[in-house]
Design a protein. Structure first.
Length: 469
């Protein structure tokens, strides 16, 4: 569908009745140019609250569960009353109540079991997006833009990795055409839930936290959209997280590869997997601010206009794992191979990896919440070597943070790495490990956690990132 525009509205852009009205106006304006489908996140903070309710259920805190359910239902019901004309409210309030009953049933199951099966968690969390889509579709419809809420369970087909599912694109394309095609042809705007999908046999899944961006890019690819616009609460993709670096500047354009590296290395503005489905097709993506419609936003494009360091990102929820052979009899390369395989089996993602050649020791960075699973696999894989002290005990340092400098063509800037390291050292921040990918698009630097923010500011200033357009 080559005149289709997909737009995604994040949690803050859906955070209140006023925000939904503004989003509805954006949709109505966009529809004047051609067909539009939108993807919505849950209202801001709702997914966190749903998740903490499920945790309370697991811990047997029945009163906590009830209290949260009341809070969530009230937030949506209040929004409904503020948003819709009285004649429309009754049926939407009934839908909200039915969804909350569904959530209550799932929570009760978790309470009874005293555990949270990943499958039930996914089904329960998707209710945040379903509540929001119900409200947003009603808002559009009642303001003159015919619209219908669509559960992405009926559109996005995924594998069965609950909590972090990946789309099966061919099946999704088929399903998306079947479910959304007729609505679009009839001039009805589909309001699709972000974040969720279902396996081939219909089991509900989610795409990982912040996954609504990914939902939107999956749909844009499946439906061959002309563009994807991601509406959020900042003016676009910036040279650093504006919450950390107040003088961060909006970038007019970034390449797909830069955007993907930024997202992967912690820039929350995009979910790390968003760009993959779009790159091959070259579908243009815009990051735009629903709180500042006058700002043009950032366009994500295939080719770089300039080169050099564009932005700096950071991640603090990471841990560095070090492995060192204790005996020269150990073949370092084989050891690394086995360790990487064990990490793969533990579903742990290696964010950076460095090795020293003489002692064959190596270290790698993974997310903190993947450490337990990774250690379990590693200790079982290396049990003999550890027992016979051929390998030193595995060391985990979680008092670290990752900083990444990203930009196309950084290789053409001799001395850049030296300047970056000097700027970090001048802040008396210890550099623990350094890694540069073969594409030379990213320099990753592991530093002490308490120096991370200072290091980010120092690198941003040294590379004059706030000055570039
Ligand atoms: P949404 O709810 O719309 O998906 P998110 O909170 O997930 O929004 O992402 C937007 C936030 O990402 C911004 O408010 C900003 O604080 C943060 N952010 C982190 N790094 C960057 C960056 N490099 N550029 C822009 N925003 C960033
Ligand atoms: N609501 C989900 C989350 O908070 C997905 C998203 O907002 O993108 O993780
Ligand atoms: Mg987000």
């Amino acid at each position: 569908m080559n005149d289709l525009l997909i737009m995604k509205f994040g949690g803050t852009s859906m955070g209140s009745a006023d925000r939904m009205r503004i989003a509805a106006q954006i949709c109505a304006d966009a529809q004047k140019q051609g067909a539009v489908a939108i993807v919505v996140s849950a209202m801001s903070k709702v997914t966190d609250l749903l998740l903490s309710t499920l945790r309370a259920a697991e811990e047997g805190d029945q009163e906590g569960v009830r209290e949260n359910i009341r809070t969530i239902e009230k937030r949506h019901a209040d929004t409904c009353r503020e948003l819709l004309p009285p004649s429309r409210q009754e049926s939407v309030l009934a839908s909200i109540h039915a969804l909350m009953e569904e959530f209550e049933r799932l929570s009760s199951g978790i309470l009874m079991l005293a555990e949270r099966p990943p499958r039930s968690v996914d089904e329960a969390l998707a209710i945040g997006e379903r509540l929001c889509a119900t409200l947003m579709a009603a808002c559009l419809d009642s303001s003159g833009t015919p619209a219908i809420a669509v559960n992405a369970r009926d559109v996005i087909v995924t594998d069965a990795v609950f909590g972090n599912a990946s789309p099966l694109l061919d099946l999704t394309r088929e399903k998306a055409m079947k479910t959304l095609g007729p609505k679009l042809h009839a001039g009805v705007l589909p309001v699709v839930t972000g974040f969720n999908g279902a396996t081939v046999d219909g089991k509900p899944t989610t795409l990982g936290r912040g996954g609504s961006d990914f939902s939107a890019s999956i749909l844009a690819s499946a439906l061959d959209a002309k563009e994807l616009w991601i509406w959020t609460d900042v003016d676009g993709i910036m040279s650093a997280d504006p919450r950390l670096v107040p003088d961060a500047a909006v970038l007019d354009t970034v390449t797909y590869r830069e955007a993907a590296e930024l997202a992967y290395n912690g820039a929350k503005v995009l979910h790390p997997r968003t760009l993959a489905p779009l790159m091959d097709k070259g579908i243009p993506v815009w990051s735009k601010n629903s709180f500042n419609l006058a700002a043009p936003g950032t366009k994500i494009v295939p080719q770089a206009e300039g080169n050099g360091p564009r932005a700096v990102t950071s991640m603090s929820n990471v841990a560095l794992i070090s492995i060192e052979p204790a005996s020269p009899a150990i073949n370092g390369a084989m050891l690394m191979g086995r360790v990487l395989e064990a990490l793969g089996r533990a579903n742990a993602e290696v964010l950076a990896f460095t090795s020293s050649s003489y002692r064959q020791s190596f270290c790698f960075l993974i997310r903190k919440d993947e450490v337990d699973a990774a250690l379990e696999r590693l200790e079982s894989e290396l049990s003999l070597e550890l027992e016979h002290e051929y390998v030193h005990p595995i060391e985990v340092d979680d008092n670290v943070g990752l900083l990444a400098v990203v930009g196309e063509g950084m290789a053409g800037h001799p001395g850049l790495a030296g300047r970056v390291f000097t700027a970090i050292s001048a802040e008396k921040v210890n550099i623990i490990a350094i890694a540069q990918g073969s594409t030379e698009l990213t320099i990753s630097i592991v530093v002490r956690r308490d120096g991370l923010e200072r290091a980010v500011k120092a690198v941003h200033a040294e590379c004059r990132m706030g000055v570039r357009g």
